[in-house]
Ligand binder design. Structure first.
Ligand SMILES: Cc1cc2nc3c(=O)[nH]c(=O)nc-3n(C[C@H](O)[C@H](O)[C@H](O)COP(=O)(O)O)c2cc1C
Length: 147
């Protein structure tokens, strides 16, 4: 069964809530398995074998959080396994809303193919953002199922 890895770091829970909504959206597509990968501590070689990636981070100093950057640092060694696979990025922030730029640059550098523009939420996703976050996950899972 094709698999989506939802890879994220969250210290105070906002990005985790977004990751859970992304996963809910992925699960709307039949025949796609979803694995939650909370950073740090992931087996990056094993995660690289997934068929698609949703990658999320809080905005730290207008950039991805350190644990997420480290994931990309380690994933570069598995670029052959990752290259060409679909991904979406998501993030939460405190008002700056810059984190997607870094996630998209880093994802491109390891050869990932963007399915849909990413999404950011100010703090935890609100009730009127939940459907859009789920839709992002669903689009990724559809790309994985069709690929
Ligand atoms: C060390 C640190 C740096 C941060 N830097 C920024 C920033 O540059 N811009 C911004 O909008 N929010 C910044 N924030 C706020 C977080 O991005 C925001 O609270 C986020 O939703 C936290 O996600 P989490 O609950 O998943 O840990 C920072 C928070 C921390 C702890």
């Amino acid at each position: 069964m094709p698999k989506v890895a939802v890879v994220y770091y969250s210290k105070s829970g906002n990005t985790q809530k977004m990751a859970e909504l992304v996963a809910e959206g992925c699960r709307q597509v039949e025949g796609v398995e979803v694995e939650m990968v909370s950073l740090p501590g992931a087996d990056v070689a094993a995660v690289s074998a997934a068929d698609g990636f949703a990658i999320g981070s809080p905005d730290y100093f207008s950039y991805a959080a350190g644990h997420v950057k480290t994931f990309y640092d380690e994933a570069l060694a598995h670029k052959n396994a990752i290259s060409g696979k679909p991904y979406i990025a998501f993030g939460t922030h405190g008002g700056g809303a810059k984190v997607l730029d870094s996630l998209e640059r880093l994802s491109q550098a390891i050869g990932l193919r963007q399915v849909k523009p990413g999404m950011m939420c100010l703090g935890a996703p609100g009730p009127n953002e939940a459907d859009a976050v789920r839709a992002l996950g669903k689009a990724l899972a559809q790309a994985v199922a069709g690929g």
